[in-house]
Design a binder for this molecule. Structure first.
Ligand SMILES: NC(=O)c1ccc[n+]([C@@H]2O[C@H](COP(=O)([O-])OP(=O)(O)OC[C@H]3O[C@@H](n4cnc5c(N)ncnc54)[C@H](O)[C@@H]3O)[C@@H](O)[C@H]2O)c1
Length: 358
């Protein structure tokens, strides 16, 4: 990471989530920037994914909801950030189908509130600091909708979101663009593909399949498993985000992908092979646990990212292939039961409570 982050104070909104914690681990380990983690601590947050951060001299935590303008203002006034990275979001597509309201609240109203407070802060900075200030909004390739068998999303692809989640993220991207065009706030948007890696909350496909496969539970795959996703190792993503913050051009957008397109079925089969190789044997091949279940409504067929702009302009390359990243991930879950076991116990308690049995 370049010296441009040497006097940086980076406000990381959503810094207790899956990608936010990877970004903070990266900033604390590989830069000299101060980090202010601003997070409301929803079900998706986990501060144990930041080992050693609490004692770190360059780290501060603020439990603040990004919809709360007054609380955000106080954070801006006390910490005087030189940059903001916005990773605070409701992020799970299935939850957005069951309850879209929270997605509109956090992803749209929350982003708007953060933009307003960042703008107020930015306007009060001396002109030299106004120039280098950045608001970096982290978004998804799902805003571009679904692809057929051919083609990839690039920075010029049109927005065609299909789920309440992707529609709320699309709305937030448009707000960020408008705050740049209208008020001159130096913003950057990145749109990335599906992330995976250590510390991933076990409701998402890869950690869910690893933990179910580990203990010999059925492995439910939507539809016929032919939906294609482009997978990005979360630590490669964190490195890309650091680079964009340092060297990205205000007003620009960058697509970030891992060049690792796989069908959902291929992902689950690879997890089964890795578990058969590294986990205690079950007495049969874990791929026998795969079951096809009714498809998710509006399930996008294929996403794929053309990441040539960030490669060309900022020199970023993923360090992991899908196979090396997935091997690291499976082995991480096998070695870190203390991290995930309490989450599974919590989920089971909540499921029982929902059924009135808790
Ligand atoms: N995980 C992926 O594969 C992926 C892919 C593309 C884009 N993204 C985007 O990256 C960002 C981070 O994703 P993630 O996977 O880390 O999500 P996550 O769900 O793991 O974490 C989100 C974090 O935001 C916090 N948060 C939620 N609502 C908040 C609010 N109102 N105020 C303050 N904090 C709040 C949560 O407590 C949590 O710590 C999101 O914007 C998401 O849309 C994620």
């Amino acid at each position: 990471m370049s010296p441009s982050l040497s006097n940086a104070t980076i406000l990381v909104a959503g810094g207790a989530g899956f990608i936010g914690t990877a970004v903070i681990r990266h900033l604390l380990a590989d830069s000299v920037a101060r980090v202010v983690n601003v997070d409301a601590l929803t079900y998706a947050a986990n501060l144990t994914s930041l080992p050693g951060a609490t004692e770190h001299v360059r780290y501060a935590f603020e439990r603040v909801d990004i919809r709360d303008g007054e609380a955000l203002r106080s954070v801006f006034e006390r910490h005087r950030p030189t940059a903001v990275m916005n990773l605070a979001a409701e992020s799970h597509v299935d939850r957005s189908i069951d309850g879209p309201g929270a997605f509109i609240e956090t992803n749209v109203v929350g982003t708007y509130t953060l933009l307003q407070e960042a703008l107020r802060h930015w306007r009060g900075l001396p002109s030299s600091q106004r120039e280098t200030f950045r608001l970096h909004h982290i978004s998804t390739d799902e805003v571009f909708g679904s692809l057929g068998p051919e083609g990839r999303f690039d920075e010029k692809s049109s927005y065609r979101p299909n789920s309440p989640y992707s529609a709320s993220k699309a709305a937030s991207d448009h707000l960020v663009r408008a705050w740049h065009e209208t008020y001159g706030l130096p913003t950057i948007v990145t749109n990335c593909s599906n992330n995976y890696g250590p510390y991933h909350f076990p409701e998402k496909l890869i950690p869910l399949m690893i933990l179910r496969g580990l203990t010999g539970q059925e492995l439910p795959v939507y539809g016929d498993g032919a939906n294609v996703r482009d997978w990005l190792f979360v630590e490669d993503h964190a490195r890309a985000l650091g680079l964009v913050l340092e060297r990205g051009e205000p007003g620009e957008t960058y697509n970030i992908g891992g060049d690792s397109e796989r069908t959902n079925l291929a992902v689950v089969e690879t997890i089964c092979q890795l578990l058969d190789a590294y986990a205690p044997p079950l007495g049969f091949a874990r791929k026998d646990l795969i079951r096809f279940v009714a498809d998710r409504p509006g399930h996008d067929q294929r996403y794929a990212i053309d990441a040539s702009k960030i490669r060309r302009e900022l020199g970023w390359r993923p360090q992991e292939t899908f196979e090396s990243g997935l091997t690291k991930t499976v082995r991480w879950y096998l070695a870190n039961r203390d991290w995930w076991a309490p989450l599974i116990a919590n989920e089971e308690r909540s499921a029982l409570a929902r059924q009135g049995l808790g």
